[in-house]
Design a protein around this ligand. Structure first.
Ligand SMILES: [Zn+2]
Length: 364
């Protein structure tokens, strides 16, 4: 009997301790999260007679706005509903967005965009219908209208829409092509929307080790090319270079000849217009298998090139799958130097270089 009593009191004691611990946790949690307005804000709220403020949860945004002397009474509701962001110029940006006409909800979404986009929005009139793009890494607010149009006209998801519009697929090839200066940048894109100046000639080119026709590439690419050819040889694949660097005027001659033979529309599917060829970069080389007659390569060659060139820093730019994006018919023999690291990433991504560049290299 005595033993049982003792047992019961031990249980009660344990339960009591547990209740006390739970109470402590609850009290600690509720006081821990409770925030109060700063002294400056409280004084200001009293002085300006801002009513009903305490019926809302504490708003750090409001607190900071008051503290920085930027409080605008007409935006009180918005301040209360805008999540504070720990970033420079938050308050001044916030007031700017409010004056442009954005709602609290829109502003909370604006602060989820990249800093570049946030800044661009400051100089634009009110943009509508952008919230659905929040969270898309390569979203560029400047292209908003084009995204919305593309989305309406094509059956693509939002991420694909953003990427395709960024790489200009909503425009005909060669529309609004931008002149670029590679300036030693090995990652540079040259295509039907990005061209080189007439007089652009890469620096530091050397003749390829296997070329008796004087085919040249930028030294780093030429060195990698030698390793590539040796790697192929070790795998039982014999390859050699045909052309590498081509000047603007040489590309012009080539392209003009093709146009005369096949017409412009057809020529555009297999030859770059002058200024728009990767060969002018000194980073591309065309390959040939001397043992294959009639065509440049056989299937075994192509298979090896496709799956191994990245190990030496090259990618196959114009595959069959890439045709709608690059605008070129398949060119198994054309490889482009990017360096081993980037070429490996592009190979593993299974994307065209255009898409990869837009998603992982370009900054929006
Ligand atoms: Zn080529």
């Amino acid at each position: 009997m005595k033993k049982r009593k003792l047992k019961t009191s031990v249980y009660i004691f344990i339960i009591l301790i547990l209740v006390i611990i739970l109470c402590c946790i609850f009290i600690f949690k509720s006081t821990g999260s409770k925030k109060y307005y700063s002294k400056e804000a409280i004084n200001y709220i009293k002085k300006e007679n801002i009513k009903n403020i305490y019926q809302y949860d504490y708003s750090k945004t409001l607190d900071e706005v008051i503290k920085s002397n930027n409080f605008n009474a007409s935006y009180l509701d918005e301040y209360l509903n805008i999540t504070y962001q720990d970033q420079t110029d938050f308050i001044s940006k916030l007031n700017n967005y409010l004056s442009i006409g954005y709602s609290a909800n829109e502003i909370n979404n604006i602060f989820k965009l990249s800093l570049k986009n946030q800044d661009k929005l400051l100089s634009l009139s009110k943009q509508n219908d952008f919230i659905k793009y929040v969270g898309i890494k390569n979203f560029n607010i400047n292209n908003l209208d084009r995204y919305n149009k593309y989305l309406e006209e094509n059956n693509k998801d939002i991420q694909t829409t953003v990427t395709y519009v960024n790489i200009n697929l909503d425009k005909e090839f060669y529309t609004d092509s931008i002149e670029i200066n590679p300036d030693d940048d090995l990652t540079v894109i040259v295509n039907k929307y990005h061209h080189l100046a007439k007089d652009y000639v890469p620096k530091d080119m050397v003749v390829l080790f296997d070329s008796n026709r004087g085919a040249k590439m930028i030294k780093e690419a030429a060195d990698a090319y030698k390793d590539f050819i040796e790697g192929a040889k070790n795998a039982g694949i014999t390859l050699e270079s045909t052309t590498a660097y081509r000047s603007y005027s040489y590309q012009n001659t080539l392209y003009t000849n093709y146009v005369n033979e096949d017409g412009k529309e057809k020529a555009d599917t297999y030859s770059a217009r002058p200024g728009s060829s990767e060969h002018q970069l000194g980073l591309a080389v065309d390959l040939n298998d001397p043992n294959v007659s009639g065509s440049r390569l056989d299937d075994k060659d192509y298979e090896w090139i496709l799956n191994n060139s990245y190990k030496y820093g090259f990618i196959v730019r114009y595959t069959k799958d890439n045709e709608p994006i690059t605008g070129y018919m398949e060119e198994p023999w054309h490889i482009r130097y990017l360096g081993i690291d980037l070429a490996t990433k592009v190979y593993n991504s299974k994307l065209t270089y255009e898409e990869y560049y837009d998603l992982y290299i370009a900054e929006y």
